[in-house]
Design a protein around this ligand. Structure first.
Ligand code: UDP
Length: 254
């Protein structure tokens, strides 16, 4: 596919919330953070910034620690979730380092206060950073256990008046069944919130994040960030990934 050059006049969105999973920071490692992968993520973010779009990032921590799976091995769930939140802060700092290297002005905020490494999450301050053309990296989710950073992404997108949550995953959208297990799995082009919540095989994000998006009309676009120019195409309003919204009908891609 030919490389597309970002162009400011092409943009569809003024402000986006980019949800980046911890796995995106892992590269080909089994776990942890890869410097190369962090740089690749930073370059993708820079390309969106170069279109003149304001970017808030909510970063996950699944490459390091996930509360729910740890609790299944015996950890107290809330404690494990706090550990997971700390993992997101590590990823946030790695992403900050990478954004600095590619010359993108940024700030890290954390929903758990740790002033030595990150600003506390203060909504108005985050908005000011965005207005000043800085990427805001939002870590520690919502600062409370029993949810994931997907809920954080929806909540922050609403609070910061973002136009859309772009959820970057390792698959190119939402499928009717797990594409890693079923070779006949089909991708949805569009899906309603209700179907996304009610269909057990369909994985968009955690139900709390999804229902918050439904109640408040926050669109969610699920796409594979590292595939071609997917992210830029999405920011130009082109048909990539899967759009979750109440303004669409559930429809499989061709
Ligand atoms: N987490 C939490 N509250 C939040 C956000 C995250 O308890 O508001 C914990 C939870 O244990 C989660 C972990 O942090 O599993 C890492 O985040 P997540 O699983 O969303 O990371 P991702 O899958 O996006 O890499």
């Amino acid at each position: 596919m030919p490389k597309t050059t970002p162009n400011k006049s092409d943009k569809t969105y003024k402000r986006v919330l980019l949800k980046i999973s911890g796995e995106s920071m892992m590269g080909d490692r089994e776990s942890g953070i890869s410097n190369d992968a962090s740089l690749e993520v930073a370059k993708k973010i820079k390309a969106v910034k170069d279109m003149g779009i304001e970017v808030a990032v909510v970063i996950g921590g699944g490459n390091i620690f996930r509360g729910l799976s740890a609790s299944k091995s015996g950890f107290d769930r809330a404690t494990a979730d706090y550990m997971g939140m700390l993992a997101t802060v590590m990823n946030g700092l790695a992403l900050q380092d990478a954004l600095n290297k590619v010359g993108v002005d940024n700030r890290v905020q954390s929903a758990l206060t740790m002033p030595d490494v990150a600003e506390p999450f203060i909504r108005n301050k985050a908005i000011r950073h965005l207005e000043k053309d800085r990427v805001v990296i939002l870590t520690a989710g919502i600062g409370s256990p029993y949810v994931t950073t997907d809920t954080g992404a929806t909540l922050r997108a609403l609070e910061l008046h973002c136009d859309v949550v772009i959820k970057a995953t390792k698959v190119d959208g939402v499928y009717n069944k797990d594409p890693f297990k079923h070779s006949d799995a089909k991708r949805y082009r569009t899906i309603t919130y209700q179907d996304a919540i009610l269909m057990p095989e369909v994985q968009v994000m955690d139900t709390s994040g999804l229902s918050m998006a439904m109640e408040n009309g926050m669109r969610i676009l699920v796409l594979e960030m590292f595939k071609d120019d997917n992210l830029l195409q999405a920011c130009r309003g082109e048909d990539v990934g899967t759009l979750v919204s109440s303004e669409v009908e559930t429809q499989l891609a061709d």
